[in-house]
Design a protein around this ligand. Structure first.
Ligand code: MLT
Length: 329
């Protein structure tokens, strides 16, 4: 019996060594297969545009393909829950915007915790928004729009990408500062919401420059203003909403990249390094500059940079949302 126990322990110890060395090996060779980058909104929309823009240079830096996967619904919370439950191997990553910081206050039942269920890779990009209408919407200026909305109220439709989407938050802020209640219509992303605007099925949409700049320049949508305090270099002739009377109106959309909790530190370090390389890629830099979107400084493209920012944003948004009384059951 003694002998059997000894050999049992010897075998177990050998197996533990093998497991540890194969884990170390798999980390050493990470990545050795395709990485999935989950995006919580529909293909073709602004988050998808950012993900696809950085997936290629990030994949090049890692020596593997980074494949974008759209998992839509419930303002991004379905995708977040999916990633939180994924194997912590570095092969499932998540790109989300500031919805990660508003979800805890907006959703009464949330099946993930942004501060407990993830590892942090780094901040990605800061994107301004634009207030748009379908091309043939009657008001031609912001002053005319104000009068039109006061007269027509909820006969006017305002598209968004669901509760917790930035198009939703921007719309809420707009309605509250204007003192109007519009008929809000949710889509699975502002990709499909934009198609509805282009097709004339909805009247208004607040959306990010990563999707809207080319459409504005081509005259395919009508623009009333940008959501930053200063005008954008990509749209120098478009006034800010703030300068047109909505004093201090400001929405800029930050983004972050995450991995499931428990992803090994050496793997996370490789991912952060690859994200930094991607954000310095000349094509990415040029494309983002053309869309007036800002690349964060290097110290923010880090685990600490993202986590610190997320914590601060949760603290900032939670009381605002609670006060506004907006919830999803
Ligand atoms: C999207 O990618 O569809 C948007 O980021 C949705 C939104 O938050 O408005």
């Amino acid at each position: 019996m003694k002998f059997e126990l000894k050999s049992f322990f010897q075998t177990s110890a050998a197996m533990a060594c093998l497991a540890a060395s194969s884990l170390a090996f798999s980390q050493d060779v990470f990545p050795n297969k395709t990485i999935s980058l989950v995006v919580p909104f529909a293909a073709g929309g602004p988050t998808d545009v950012v993900a696809r823009m950085i997936a290629i240079p990030m994949g090049k830096a890692l020596g593997q393909t980074v494949l974008v996967e759209n998992a839509v619904g419930a303002g991004g919370t379905i995708a977040a829950a999916k990633v939180a439950r994924a194997a912590p191997t570095g092969y499932t990553l998540f790109l989300h915007h500031m919805g990660m910081s508003t979800a805890p206050a907006l959703y009464k039942k949330l099946s993930f915790d942004p501060l407990k269920d993830f590892e942090y890779i780094g901040q990605v990009v800061d994107v301004p928004m634009t207030l748009l209408a379908r091309k043939d919407f009657p008001p031609t200026t912001f002053t005319e729009l104000q009068a039109y909305l006061k007269a027509n109220g909820n006969k006017v439709s305002l598209a968004n990408a669901g509760l917790g989407a930035v198009s939703h938050l921007c719309g809420l802020l707009f309605m509250s500062q204007m003192g109007v209640e519009l008929n809000t219509i949710p889509y699975s992303g502002t990709g499909p919401a934009m198609n509805a605007l282009l097709g004339g099925q909805v009247d208004l949409l607040c959306d990010q420059t990563t999707q809207t700049v080319p459409l504005i320049k081509d005259g395919r949508v009508k623009i009333y203003g940008v959501t930053t305090l200063n005008r954008l270099s990509a749209l120098p002739n478009v006034p800010t909403l703030s300068e047109q009377g909505l004093k201090g109106f400001e929405v800029k959309v930050w983004h972050g990249m995450y991995a499931p909790k428990g992803t090994p530190a050496p793997v996370l370090d490789k991912l952060t390094a690859a994200l930094r390389v991607a954000m310095q890629d000349p094509m990415v830099k040029q494309r983002l500059a053309d869309l007036s979107s800002d690349i964060p400084p290097l110290d923010k493209i880090s685990a600490t940079g993202l986590k610190t920012h997320l914590e601060a944003e949760i603290i900032k948004w939670s009381p605002v949302i609670k006060k506004a009384g907006i919830y999803a059951d």
